[in-house]
Design a protein around this ligand. Sequence first.
Ligand code: PLP
Length: 359
Amino acid sequence: MPPVHLAVTYERSAQEPLRYFYGRGENPTREQLERCLAALEDVRFATAYTSGQAAAEAALALLAPGQRVVAGDDVYGGTHTLFDLVRGRGVTIDQVDLADPERRDRALADDGRRLDLVWVESPSNPLLKITDIAETARLAHRRGARLLVDNTLASPALQQPLRLGADLTLYSTTKFLAGHLDVLGGALVHDDPELHERLTAHRTTVGTAPGGADCFLVHRGLKTLSLRVARQVENARRIADALAAEPSVGVVHYPGRPGHPGHAVAARQMSAPGALVAFTYRGDPVKLMDRVRLFAAAVSLGGVRSLIECPASMTHRPVPRRTRLRLGVTDDLVRLSMGIEDPADLVEDLVHALRAGPA
Ligand code: PLP
């Protein structure tokens, strides 16, 4: 196993030639993690960050005032808040339903306005919308824009956006990659040397590089990524089918179900439909969260423990209610993130909790 380097400064006389200087810029454990993250997508570069938000902010810091982004409308709640911050710096960010081919084509057509970056989250959080990455990359590149894909909900185990034509992938490594709900982290992955120089210089200047202990934990998580994700997907399939049979459940959002609007695209661009399931519940979601026992009522996702949350009052609470409702993030929406528990136990726990409430 690689050693964990915790030192924040490096003695000059011990190194010839001088490679390590100060921990905000260089750390061998961080570099090991980055090599692994880049290899997972078959490219040369990855930059690790203290969180997914720090990675997203680094990608948005590449934009100058006056530049323009077209982004998906259904994104993680913190991304909505970050977009507002960046709008305050004079960057235009227009949010459109990029999972809808007609709206996407209209938003990315040459309308005389500049376009510098297209931002896709697929599957999206929390509605699990699927955007066609290859087609969006083609449209973005025709306009001379880069395509960034937030691949947090799929992980490289299920989806490889750079192979589909994207220029940059973004991760909250806090989620599936680290996988144990005990470390925060983020990453940007790509194959552009000039971009790599800009990102590392920016990270060193603003101080958003993670420490050696955190990098070690994320790297250790990566070793079991494919095993964990395989079980998590199996759990999600079983839970989605069980939910569809319950009278207290309205819509089930899971790209693996044939009725999901993104089912065909997901089947094309993902090796499996992911480990998150969302649904509308005809009872009180807060009481449902109290009744389940195996699912912890908590935000975050992608870890070994199954989690249940209500986006309206938890992950997406900072999003203004009117915006939330327009997006379809209604008060009765419940989001589940599958852990690696036994699938039969999870189904029994959830079905029991659903049936104990109103039919
Ligand atoms: N992107 C997505 C899709 C997320 O779900 C999250 C967090 O939930 C983030 C980014 C932000 O990651 P972090 O919490 O590591 O800052």
